[in-house]
Design a protein around this ligand. Structure first.
Ligand code: C2E
Ligand code: CA
Ligand code: CA
Length: 578
């Protein structure tokens, strides 16, 4: 039995065994399950599939529409479930949890119905964008306690809470193992603390331009005598849930500072170390004092301790978090935004807080080979970060192709298996000559040097200009509309206007006048060029001679509406009056 769930009101203890739920008029799960226990012929539960539904943010609905409004929502939810799952049992398990118990419905079929449910419920009450999540448990045919089956469906449902593009999860072997691992963590973490099973692994960070090591990330590992290595993906979650994460983080921070002190004293090269902070560190402890104390104890330079705060930490809208981050930065620590692009609030965070580095979420690289969009997204993030004056790091780099791409777009730092995996401290000591030599490591002077070089944005068309948060393009561009051989400008940018003025035209009308003054042969050639661009979708080139000023322009057909045709023009001055 799992005890991790904050489960539904199951038919435990003295919960009422009323047959009918007073609000929805549905049968209660408690009553239904008691019937199956009493009478084996009541319903073949052991052959059924249980789909457990949970309304996200039901509290908000109640707050906005008060209880009658909340009840109306539940009744609509009931009606839609009855319609969509016609012929199956629709029950209420308390609160905002409704349950469908079905026979012979395949998972894909249930998935389609969940989708439909969300579509119709999304239109309820002026488009309250309330998602309904579901967890599915398919029984294996053997007799089981109903409460265990329900638990499993509700635990599967919990897996998709807060994941905006997933509506449901199925309780399968992988989830079962994961939950068992979590349970193990829950049962043994105190022992693990006491017996020193937590260790720090370090993963080097590399400068893209040089391939030299320029930092390390400290990553927690639990090395258990029974289970072997337990991943932080399992135990961080649990430690957050039981409000003990700050204890682990304080321990990792202490280890990191201690190791950094040893590095500094060793006479080998040393680098800044980043540690991961949980949102809860800010709530459960005075994290600033904790870190100040450790940094003073080991006398490590503050700029050598990097604090990584994951993007999702900001979702809770916690005021103190923003303030503490500012204090850290004002005091000389570096603060990096981890997992950028993984959540809902990516851009909001950038707008509100200041960070030294942005770590691009590794999920964009996981789809690098299959989905060409990921390259565009990564490049846009780097471009934007540079315009905001923030450095960039890509993590999860596994292939040479990914590395070459990131280097090309000007992403400054790289972390990933392509270069190094996280390894324990002992390995550094045995490989010190190789890993910690001055040849393979960046020096502080080089760090400063390359940090400045890294500010240049290779993706910008004005890379040499210092950007002071203004948006500008130096490429003169215009959109021109033609209709029956008459042309007009729909748009010109500032750079285009600047070129116009070099040949004495203050308005776009003047430009058109000048162009029309050309001899008929030139006009015809230009017209044919534009027709060619529409037919072939090729870029066409024109030379314009305005006396002292000679201009080459390139045009591309964009679109047509009846007789109206739109073209984009880019121009370049070949020679101008001195
Ligand atoms: P994270 O901060 O995003 O850390 C990066 C994770 O990606 C690490 O997983 C690392 O081992 C893994 N990784 C590095 N390079 C590659 C690669 O090329 N390919 C792939 N597929 N993975 C790569 P790890 O160590 O399992 O940590 C998972 C997460 O647990 C971390 O994600 C971090 O959020 C959290 N975490 C780890 N240690 C701590 C800690 O001491 N405190 C807190 N609060 N969280 C921690
Ligand atoms: Ca991290
Ligand atoms: Ca990360």
């Amino acid at each position: 039995m799992f005890v991790m769930q904050e489960g539904p009101d199951l038919n435990r203890g003295n919960i009422n065994l009323e047959k009918t739920d007073p609000i929805t008029g549905l049968d209660t799960t408690a009553w239904f399950f008691s019937q199956t226990q009493r009478d084996p012929n009541f319903y073949p539960l052991h052959k059924s599939t249980i789909t457990f539904f949970n309304v996200m943010n039901f509290k908000t609905i109640n707050q906005r529409f008060s209880y009658p409004g909340g009840n109306a929502y539940l009744c609509k939810f009931r009606d839609e479930l009855r319609r969509i799952f016609e012929g199956e049992n629709v029950l209420r398990a308390g609160a905002d949890h409704l349950v469908v118990i079905s026979l012979n419905l395949a998972i894909e079929d249930i998935a389609d119905r969940i989708k439909e449910l969300n579509l119709v419920m999304g239109r309820f009450e002026g488009g309250l964008r309330n998602q309904i999540k579901a967890g599915i448990y398919v029984s294996d045919g053997s007799p089981q306690k109903p409460i265990v089956m329900m638990d499993r469906a509700s635990l599967a449902c919990r897996e998709v809470h807060g994941i905006f593009n997933k509506e449901y999860a199925v309780f399968d072997d992988a989830l079962k193992i994961k939950l068992e691992e979590k349970q193990y963590v829950l049962d043994h973490f105190e022992e693990a603390f006491e017996k020193g099973y937590f260790h720090v692994y370090y993963q080097p960070v590399v400068r893209a331009l040089t391939g030299k090591v320029c930092g390390y990330e400290a990553l927690a590992r639990w090395i258990d005598p029974v289970k072997g290595m337990i991943s932080p993906l399992i135990f961080i979650d649990v430690l957050e849930k039981v409000h003990l994460i700050h204890k682990l983080d304080a321990y990792i921070i202490e280890q990191a500072c201690k190791d950094l002190r040893d590095d500094i004293d060793s006479g080998y090269a040393y680098q800044p170390i980043s540690v991961n902070l949980s949102r809860l560190d800010f709530e459960l402890s005075d994290i600033k004092s904790v870190i100040d104390r450790v940094v003073a104890k080991y006398n490590v330079p503050k700029e050598y301790l990097v604090l990584e705060v994951t993007e999702s930490a900001f979702a809770s809208d916690q005021k103190s978090l923003g303030e503490t981050i500012k204090e850290f930065r004002d005091d000389g620590y570096q603060v990096w935004l981890d997992d950028f692009g993984s959540g809902f609030s990516s851009f909001n965070n950038l707008q509100i807080y200041d960070f030294d580095f942005l770590k691009i979420d590794m999920n964009f690289l996981r789809t690098f080979d299959q989905n060409p969009k990921s390259r565009v997204i990564i490049a846009s993030i780097v471009d934007m970060a540079k315009k905001l004056g923030i450095h960039t790091l890509a993590e999860g780099v596994e292939t040479e192709e990914q590395y070459e791409f990131l280097k090309r777009i000007g992403c400054e730092l790289i972390q990933g298996y392509y270069f190094y995996k996280p390894i324990p401290l002992e390995d550094y000591h045995t490989k010190r000559a190789e890993l910690c030599s001055f040849e393979t490591n960046e020096s502080p002077e080089e760090r400063h040097y390359f940090d400045e070089i890294g500010r240049i944005n290779f993706l910008d068309n004005t890379p040499l200009r210092e950007h002071k948060l203004e948006i500008a393009s130096d490429i003169p561009i215009a959109i021109i509309e033609g209709e029956n051989r008459k042309y007009r400008f729909i748009f010109v940018n500032n750079a285009f206007k600047k070129v116009m003025r070099t040949f004495g035209a203050d308005t776009t009308d003047e430009v058109l006048n000048r162009l029309h003054k050309n001899d008929p042969g030139i006009l015809r050639k230009r017209y044919e060029g534009l027709i060619h661009s529409e037919e072939t979708h090729e870029i066409v080139e024109f030379f314009e001679d305005f006396g002292d000023v000679k201009i080459v322009s390139k045009a591309r057909f964009l679109t047509r509406m009846g007789d109206k045709i739109a073209y984009a023009f880019v121009i370049k001055v070949l020679s101008a009056k001195k």
